[in-house]
Design a protein around this ligand. Structure first.
Ligand code: DHB
Length: 367
């Protein structure tokens, strides 16, 4: 028998600090995949090296450099926030190491290196359908409130573009990403009296937003809550209470997605994590590992350019539904679902009620 070699995957995530929830979900998703499929692929042993960047971009970059030079990793993966993915991109290019972005969502990320491939989503991809849905459902005036960095600005522009083109009226507000106080912004929303408030905050921050939303009496204001699905992410949603009921969001994953693949995924995830619900970040990690495993099968264990090329055009059935990697952009093509928060068997869920199939990132599709 041939001696086995090792393929090393460096998984860099925020596992301390304010964005720990994102890192934990991605890590648990990745580990679940390995637990289910084993650690041998194409005759090679897969070794996962997990590192915490505390969501500081300079740290992500330093860790990536160390993993490339000293650990000789074959793949870099993770990237919980946009600045962390962007800081690493030049290293992936220089070392010709595939960088699998499992979480971050700013559209331009895949253009930062030809070695980047993404299994999460892009904000414009998830958000444009919200602009359509809102106008067609009688919403004429909207205030947008987004975290003031890449993905927030992407979602603001995607929504505002589609919604105003349809004939809607929009006012844009931005809130700092770190330790946000939503109160002064919510006062402006109350004064503007829109039909709906559109919100993007990163996964995990929805809980803090919703607390201030209730404190300001918005649950009784008649102003609808809409946005991409990050604000009602499946991990924090169940603790939000009745205030979240009726929120309409568009996104690529709901824990309530009705498919045999998702039922099996959710059950296994909860079993492996003391009952924690997976959210869209967990699915990004799980699918990212799938892409690496299937890519390695195609290259017979080879990494570098061959592995990136093998990943292009790959398609599979994810817990979220059918997905593929766009061979031109290395971004994921996937269904976007329109969902409404409902109480089902005593728990809050984003219940999908419409599907826009096979959505590409619209920013790159327009180029
Ligand atoms: C990012 C994007 C998200 O949609 C999210 O929920 C968290 C982080 C990001 O790209 O930084």
């Amino acid at each position: 028998a041939q001696a086995q070699q090792t393929v090393k995957i460096g998984l860099i995530l925020p596992l301390t600090g304010p964005f720990t929830a994102i890192g934990r979900q991605v890590e648990m998703g990745a580990r679940l995949y390995m637990q289910q499929k084993g650690n041998t692929v194409a005759g090679q042993t897969i070794e996962l090296v997990v590192k915490d960047d505390g969501s500081v971009a300079d740290t992500t970059k330093r860790i990536a450099q160390d993993l490339i030079v000293n650990e000789k990793v074959n793949v870099l993966a993770g990237f919980g926030l946009t600045p962390l993915a962007l800081a690493t991109a030049p290293l992936a290019t220089q070392a010709k190491v595939p960088q699998v972005v499992m979480a971050a969502g700013t559209a331009t990320i895949t253009e930062a290196s030809p070695f980047i491939v993404r299994t999460s989503f892009t904000l414009p991809q998830a958000t444009e359908p919200m602009g359509d849905w809102a106008f067609k459902n009688g919403i004429k005036k909207v205030v947008t409130l987004v975290s003031d960095y890449g993905p927030g600005i992407d979602s603001e522009k995607a929504f505002s573009g589609v919604f105003t083109k349809a004939g809607g009226q929009v006012e844009n507000l931005r809130v700092p990403l770190a330790n946000p106080d939503f109160s002064p912004f919510l006062q402006k929303v109350a004064d503007a009296k829109p039909d709906a408030l559109f919100v993007f905050v990163p996964a995990g921050q929805g809980a803090q937003f919703m607390k201030q939303f209730v404190e300001r009496g918005f649950d009784k204001s008649g102003i609808k809550l809409i946005g991409p699905g990050d604000v009602t992410d499946d991990e924090v949603l169940n603790n939000m209470g009745d205030v979240a009921l009726g929120a309409i969001t568009t996104h690529h994953y709901s824990v309530a997605h009705d498919s045999p693949e998702n039922k099996a995924f959710v059950e296994a995830f909860k079993r492996a994590s003391n009952g924690t619900r997976p959210n869209f970040m967990a699915v990004g990690g799980y699918d990212g590992m799938h892409l690496i495993y299937e890519g390695l099968k195609k290259t017979n264990g080879q990494g570098g350019q061959a592995l990136i090329d093998a990943m292009k055009g790959m398609s599979w059935t994810s817990p979220r539904g059918p997905v593929s990697i766009d061979p031109q952009t290395r971004d994921i093509i996937q269904n976007i679902y329109v969902r409404k928060v409902e109480r089902v068997n005593g728990e809050l869920y984003n219940v999908e009620f419409a599907t826009i199939p096979n959505v590409k990132d619209p920013v790159k599709a327009a180029k």
